[in-house]
Write a new protein. Structure first.
Length: 248
């Protein structure tokens, strides 16, 4: 399947995977890759930099919003084959090494199988590598506060709840927030459309997830690039507030 790469702002591209979105931030032929999708998305992942005039070897870093398999899927592959640094929030680094796994279990999914969309999503996820063992051998914490010295100059913002070390990325110059799973615009198991939290079973600490939406409310941006669902246009502050109201 050819990668679906769409430009959403200057140097900023949303890539729709089989179920999880990724983002490419481009400066010349150098790029930053935010998230990598499922391991089953690898061929599409490797093809996507060509759509912006780059290549896997020119990826300056992989930034990971959080270490679930549908976001981490090919991070170690790029690190091992291309020497690409893999960076996360410091609280997510041991999760990426698989010292522990805070990901919804197959048992929990099966207990929720009566909910609309859950079983079809589960079948797809298992085929795409949801239960694969995917440790990153040498993940790195973000080197410091403020913009990262990478294409796009993304600014990490810690948003715990979905996982302990979940982070979103703010692109102040482009007016964009890359929100991972802290704030999505849709999901095969969701009952509503538009800005929202994922269903409760997906969060490691559900009680912290709405509080992290307050951090997004303080970010000036009018384009939201979520980990799941289509691009959302409009003030991110209002999108986060709407999701928090639905979640409480």
């Amino acid at each position: 399947m050819t990668a679906d790469v769409r430009q959403v702002a200057d140097g900023t591209y949303l890539v729709h995977g089989s179920d999880t979105d990724r983002v490419i931030l481009a400066e010349g032929d150098a790029v930053t890759l935010v998230d990598t999708g499922y391991p089953g998305d690898r061929r599409q992942l490797l093809d996507s930099p060509a759509a912006v005039g780059s290549s896997p070897a020119a990826v300056a870093a992989v930034l990971v919003t959080h270490a679930h398999n549908d976001h981490l899927g090919s991070a170690e592959y790029l690190r091992a084959t291309c020497g690409t640094p893999v960076q996360l929030h410091e609280d997510e680094v041991p999760h990426a090494r698989r010292e522990f796994l805070h990901q919804v279990s197959v048992g929990t999914v099966l207990r929720n199988g009566w909910r609309p969309g859950v079983l079809p999503w589960a079948v797809h996820s298992l085929r795409a590598g949801y239960t694969a063992h995917l440790p990153v051998a040498a993940p790195e914490p973000f080197p410091g506060a403020g913009p990262l010295d990478l294409p796009g100059r993304p600014v990490p913002v810690h948003t715990p709840g979905h996982t302990r070390g979940h982070a979103v990325f703010h692109l102040p110059g482009a007016g964009v927030v890359i929100s991972g799973d802290a704030l999505v615009s849709g999901h095969p198991t969701a009952r509503i459309t538009g800005p929202q939290l994922l269903p409760d079973m997906f969060h490691h600490e559900r009680a912290r997830a709405p509080a992290s939406l307050e951090s997004l409310e303080g970010l000036e941006a009018d384009v939201l690039l979520p980990g799941h669902g289509p691009v959302h246009r409009g003030p991110v502050e209002l999108a986060a507030r709407r999701a928090r109201e639905h979640a409480l």
